[in-house]
Design a binder for this molecule. Structure first.
Ligand code: PNS
Length: 140
């Protein structure tokens, strides 16, 4: 993207499991940023328990993004903004589907900005074919 320092973005999430909707967002982020780190949340204290372990979720992502050269998969268990800082990322990229995603993402945006004002969040609108695709639906 830039001639000087490469610009790194984080695509964070539970990815339980990764869906074609996630891959759409990751692939589009990979066209915008020099380097994209897909951050897989491994946080046992979260209210919602995952079906797959963090290692399994990361493994699915490794296979699904193998053709994207500037994408790497990492598991994290600290705060998202700390993980972004530790990896030199300037931007958090998230996908937005229907209106229902907005309220949660708006709250996370305020939280993350308060903790790390230097890290910007950017939102990629879901492609129409994935507007109602969710990991929850896939699992069920
Ligand atoms: O869609 P998800 O799986 O709920 O997204 C996870 C994540 C980390 C992107 C979201 O919860 C977020 O932005 N959290 C900010 C607070 C934080 O850093 N929590 C620690 C990891 S749970």
């Amino acid at each position: 993207m830039s001639a000087d320092a490469p610009v790194t973005a984080i695509c964070p999430g539970s990815y339980d499991p990764v869906t074609n909707g996630h891959l759409d967002i990751i692939g589009r982020a990979a066209r915008i940023f020099d380097r994209v780190i897909v951050g897989v949340v491994n946080q046992p204290l979260r209210k919602k328990k995952t079906l797959f372990t963090a290692e399994e979720r990361a493994g699915f992502l490794e296979r699904a993004t193998a053709d994207l050269e500037n994408v790497e998969i990492m598991v994290f268990s600290n705060l998202l903004v700390e993980f972004a800082r530790d990896n030199g990322a300037s931007t958090i990229v998230k996908g937005l589907r229907a209106i229902s995603d907005f309220e949660y993402e708006f709250e996370m945006n305020q939280l993350n900005r308060k903790l790390a004002p230097e890290i910007e969040s950017a939102y990629v609108m879901a492609s129409s074919e994935y507007s109602f695709l969710s990991s929850t639906g896939v699992k069920e």
